[in-house]
Design a protein around this ligand. Sequence first.
Ligand code: F6P
Length: 411
Amino acid sequence: MKQEKLFAGKTLAILSGGGDTPAINSSIESVRNRALMLGFKVYGIRTGWKGLLGDGDIVDLTNRPYNGLYGGTALRSSRTNPFPSKKNPEDRVPQVMKNLKRYKIDVLVTIGGDDTNGAAKRLYEQEGIPVIGFPKTIDNDLRTLTMHSFNGKETDAVICPGFPSAAKSIAEFATRLKTTAESHQRIMVMEVMGRDAGWLTGAGTFGGSTISLIPELEMTKERKERFFDAVADTYKNNQNKSLIIPVSEGVRWYNEKTGTCDVVYASTEQDEYGHARLGGVCGTIASEISAKLKIDARAQMTGYYPRSGMCNAYDRRLTQALADKAVDLLLREEYGQMPVLKKVCSYGELEEFNCGSIDMGKIGNRPLPTEYFDETKFVFTDMYKDFLEHIIGKPEFETFCTDFPKVHPID
Ligand code: F6P
């Protein structure tokens, strides 16, 4: 006798919101495949919450192959907020509710960060829509409560899909930049995305960098002086007379003219969640290093490089393990939850039994643990390196010894 699948006749819809990552398609594919096995019909909501406004913009993912290796999101993304915001005071929840009904969507899976999942949780609490969250951000600053033990110390770390691929790209970017910096004996101030937290910036250390700056550490007048001293010393002691200094886009840097510590905006226009666009602090820092230390320094933006391109193997398996946990949540009807990794895992340990779940409405910014950054020396600690090694493996950069014997003229 043919047995009816548990969720036959039900529809699950997936949406992705916020900045893209290389692992969103992999998350969509993993959730879709498992939902199909449970008997769901699977829809994709295009452009985040925006796809549930107006007439709706929904596609059927049920009988089509889906390429989860390809980076970004084939469902597209937006920073649309269904709730009233400063930028858009209109309450669009009634439109969302109307479309969920019109398209007969029974369960919603929202792939996003704090903003997208925060809005989903509010909808669940306010309107009773069954939602399950799915973590996503290259900034890696969601409170996933992923435990990390190292040399007798413990901290709650974070591993979000998207970060592993992005961290690998940042390590590679620094590795490549190193040869140019060395050739010209320059300091490269390398700016990395990370609005509030320095998780991704630390990946530069796996490309050979040492001194770094993170948003968690306000660069006051006094700290700036110590930073310049550290830069001068490290440059002097570097055998190739060069340095890569990764800095987070959200670094607050003391401004001599105003006497305040400010972030640098690329644009002050805010999105529907109240965020302005950051960017450009590397230029300020590089020109101050040049002026103060009389060392040639250049600013380099890594920009969208870490967000772009294919999903790496770690992210692929991570999204699959988290999707397995999402199945567990669906079966138990534990809505308003999000699957997460329970402990910092290496590739081979990415399994459902190492996953747990958290309240998707309480995932707001998790700064870099203090154990991960030595603010007296402006360097990432061995504990951070252990954390990152689990995810992207050992650093792979090479060094070129230029200690050639000097030839003297025969006079
Ligand atoms: O997704 C977060 C993030 O990567 C931040 O680090 C950055 O500030 C933001 O995206 C920029 O996104 P966009 O340029 O797409 O608005």
